[in-house]
Design a protein around this ligand. Structure first.
Ligand code: THU
Length: 160
């Protein structure tokens, strides 16, 4: 028997002002998408913006439903749209921002487990890492160099 240690390294930016230009612009698109979220139940608005290798930017936000489980997170709204519209494009970067309408959200908000699984599908499919930047409405931004970094021991197509 042996122990296996898995480590993840993240980069923390003090604010979105420190981001590379291209990423700052993507985060701005994510913020604009967040403000259009439909979240009347949780009052928690999430925006996602995806940069593809063909230069296109695809955005999405959370879409809630009176039947709560029927709603969908911002990340999956965006990535499924990207997958449906640009099936051959690679996803280079995802920018995520989340904020509550009840109080200011200054801490970085990471994607939920279901969204990590959904993003992992595309990272495995394209065999190229997806950079993920996430933040609240303001404050620090966290960067993960890949989805795998956020989802160790993931389940993927290789097991099927
Ligand atoms: N939400 C997202 O859009 N992305 C996440 O990764 C976590 C949660 C949404 C779902 C729901 O509309 C609201 O935030 C509260 O959970």
């Amino acid at each position: 028997m042996k122990d296996v240690k898995i480590e993840s390294t993240f980069t923390v930016f003090e604010s979105s002002k420190e981001l590379p230009k291209e990423v700052a612009s993507l985060m701005k698109s994510a913020s604009e998408a967040r403000l259009k979220a439909y979240a009347p139940y949780s009052k928690f608005l999430v925006g996602a913006a995806i940069l593809l290798d063909n230069g296109e930017v695809v955005t999405g936000n959370n879409q809630e439903n009176a039947s709560y489980p029927s709603g969908l997170c911002a990340e999956r709204t965006a990535i499924y749209y990207a997958g449906s519209q640009y099936p051959n494009a690679k996803i280079k970067v995802m920018a995520l921002t989340a904020g509550s309408q009840k109080q200011p959200t200054k801490t970085p908000i990471p994607p939920c487990g279901a969204c990590r699984q959904a993003i992992a599908e595309y990272e495995v499919k394209q065999d190229f890492p997806i950079e993920i930047y996430f933040m609240g409405e303001s404050g620090k931004v966290v960067k993960s160099d890949s989805l795998a970094n956020l989802l160790p021991l993931g389940f993927d197509r290789s097991f099927l």
